[in-house]
Design a protein. Structure first.
Length: 195
């Protein structure tokens, strides 16, 4: 993340995203596929690491093999097979949604994962339960732990969608787009932008 100053002098936290050229690899129609969508391919992949089925798919689109394929429904712009899309699609002031995989934090306890306060204090005879969850069940009725009870477990590494990020700046010469706020994922991770 970085920050920019707007016209009123406010410092706005923002994220710089590299959005290199995407290629239209398939156009889905209601007649053939049951719904309308545009499939875009991103990033180059070696021919030897591509299955023959995908190689034929890319050959039909007239492009080299791609690393990632993503579908977009309700695409406003009409496109043709093999056409390229770059950051000029975005306009400064627009709002976009960023979809990505959040940072994985491993197995975490309830204090970090759910914001529990812990048992509280070190007095009253406690010596090793300060960050534990405490009681999790009821009495002899219902004699079980309810589904969805917040406990320790794996945290992060989930698909996250951050909505309504404002496009602050578009730099087509460098294939960069600057959006306000933060986007999910670590540095250099893949992010999908939706208008």
């Amino acid at each position: 993340m970085t920050s920019l100053f707007d016209t009123e002098g406010r410092n706005i936290a923002c994220t710089v995203i590299e959005a290199s050229v995407n290629v239209v690899t398939q156009i889905k129609t209601v007649e053939k596929d049951g719904y309308s969508a545009i499939q875009l391919g991103y990033g180059d992949r070696k021919e030897k690491h591509t299955t023959k089925a995908l190689a034929g798919h890319f050959k039909k689109a007239g492009t080299t093999p791609k690393k990632k394929l993503v579908e977009f429904r309700y695409f406003s712009k009409s496109l043709t097979l093999g056409e390229t899309i770059d950051v000029s699609l975005f306009i400064e002031g627009d709002f976009v949604d960023a979809i990505g995989t959040s940072k994985g934090k491993g197995f975490q306890g309830v204090v970090k994962r759910h914001g529990f306060a812990g048992v509280g204090g070190q007095t009253h005879g406690q010596h090793n339960r300060a960050r534990h969850a405490g009681s999790i069940g009821a009495c002899s009725f219902p004699a079980r732990v309810f589904k969805g009870t917040r406990m320790a477990g794996r945290m992060g590494n989930d698909r996250v969608k951050v909505q309504n990020l404002r496009v602050l700046k578009v730099m087509p010469q460098h294939n960069l787009i600057v959006v306000s706020g933060s986007v999910p994922g670590a540095k250099n991770s893949l992010v999908i932008l939706e208008k």
